[in-house]
Design a protein around this ligand. Structure first.
Ligand SMILES: [Zn+2]
Ligand SMILES: [Zn+2]
Length: 401
């Protein structure tokens, strides 16, 4: 089963030769632990059981005489990754986040952080990171020897993978962007990591009249029709001043138009303009507009708001503005009403509770290959045609080729 799960995220496992504590002790884990004085709390949660088994192994180490070989994991390449979604107690796959779930499918992870990425994937699939999930992630990070920097790297790689997947079709819808921003907030990453990559797909045209008093800012090395650089100070700025415009050197929020040699550039001025929703026009379009007296068609990024994470339950949502201590509507409803608070000013645009409260729905599927039936939690998406056994056999033989 674990092998299947690793297979789904493209990691091939060589199980090596293990030491079996069951064979050594001859009794179930809980009984063996009691006998050797090992505390087993949270029994039947995989992590706790694994730790107890580890301690038990040291206790009974003398019982083993033959050599053992450690497990080796290596990522598979050129295979289509599949989704892991086995959140404890939630067998109904959340219906409001098929997009995020499908994005996470494309996420690859380095082997050293693969298990962390898997847990992360499970934990944020519903766009909520509960205290328990945070705790589990922190514990796993410690076990993997991931320091804060390593964790941030893992989070960034995870988010980058999601963004890559989102940009693949060249369209970023409002909903997609919201989910990416919420994921970034849950991963404690700057929303700019998302928006600076999605902005080019989310620009809207904005006609700007080049009227006297308009504050403009130039960026990049603009070339004329003959490929010669147009000097900013002696040509562009003088030209702007002659038309009553107010050129500034450093980009400020007061700037009404950024004029860029390359509007798709990642220059700091263009990036800041996109972040603040200030229009950006190309030098060529701007100079044409100056000559003709018509407005220049600039583009600007429309803000989708700020992703907030509830400090109480770890739910995420999009709001109009930042909040120092965000609390979601359902947590507010559950507690006594606050008189006032820093979070009262934030307006909740959308709040989607995505974890289904319904009991797990099991569906019975029939294998197209062996005609046996098997059960699995009902989930969205295409149903598998073959049973897990046939599918595994197929995969195994494909690898031998
Ligand atoms: Zn909450
Ligand atoms: Zn079958």
């Amino acid at each position: 089963m674990i092998g299947n799960e690793f297979g789904r995220v493209n990691i091939e496992i060589d199980w090596g030769t293990g030491l079996d504590t069951l064979r050594a002790t001859g009794c179930k884990l809980a009984v063996a632990c009691a006998e050797y004085g090992i505390v087993l709390d949270g029994a039947h949660r995989a992590l706790f059981d694994a730790r107890a088994t580890g301690r038990l192994l040291f206790a009974v180490a003398d019982a083993f005489s033959r050599a053992c070989f450690p497990v080796a994991a290596k990522p598979l390449r050129h295979t289509l990754p599949r989704r892991v979604l086995t959140r404890d107690g939630v067998t109904e796959i959340n219906v409001d986040t098929p997009y995020l779930a499908s994005l996470a499918r494309g996420v690859h992870a380095d082997v050293d952080i693969a298990s962390y990425a898997i847990l992360l994937d499970r934990a944020i699939a519903d766009l909520q990171l509960t205290g328990e999930e945070r705790h589990e992630l922190a514990e796993l990070a410690t076990e993997l020897g991931l320091d804060d920097q390593g964790r941030e790297r893992a989070h960034r790689e995870f988010l980058d993978g999601m963004i890559d997947a989102a940009l693949e079709d060249g369209v970023v819808t409002e909903d997609e962007l919201d989910q990416l921003c919420r994921a970034a907030a849950l991963l404690e990453l700057d929303a700019n990591l998302v928006t600076r990559r999605t902005n080019p797909y989310r620009l809207v045209p904005e006609p700007i009249a080049l009227e006297a008093g308009l504050v403009v800012c130039f960026t990049g090395a603009a070339l004329d029709d003959f490929g010669n650089q147009i000097d900013r100070e002696s040509v562009l700025e003088v030209e702007a001043q002659q038309h009553g415009l107010l050129p500034i050197d450093q980009f400020r929020k007061a700037c009404g138009l950024v004029i860029a040699a390359d509007t798709a550039s990642e220059s700091k001025k263009v990036r800041e303009a996109r972040r603040l929703g200030v229009p950006v026009a190309s030098v060529a379009d701007y100079r044409t507009a100056l000559r003709t007296g018509r407005p220049v068609i600039a583009t600007k990024a429309v803000s989708n708001g700020v992703a907030l994470v509830c400090t109480e339950c770890g739910a995420s949502w999009m709001a109009m503005r930042r909040s120092s201590k965000p609390v979601c509507t359902s947590c507010r409803g559950g507690s006594t009403p606050r008189v006032s608070g820093p979070d009262e000013s934030s307006v909740v645009i959308s709040m989607k509770p995505v974890v289904s409260q319904q009991p797990p729905a099991i569906q019975t599927l029939e294998c197209s290959q062996c005609n046996r039936t098997w059960e699995r939690p009902r989930s969205r998406g295409r149903r598998p045609l073959r049973c897990p056994t046939c599918a595994a056999t197929e995969t195994a033989s494909a690898h031998q080729d």
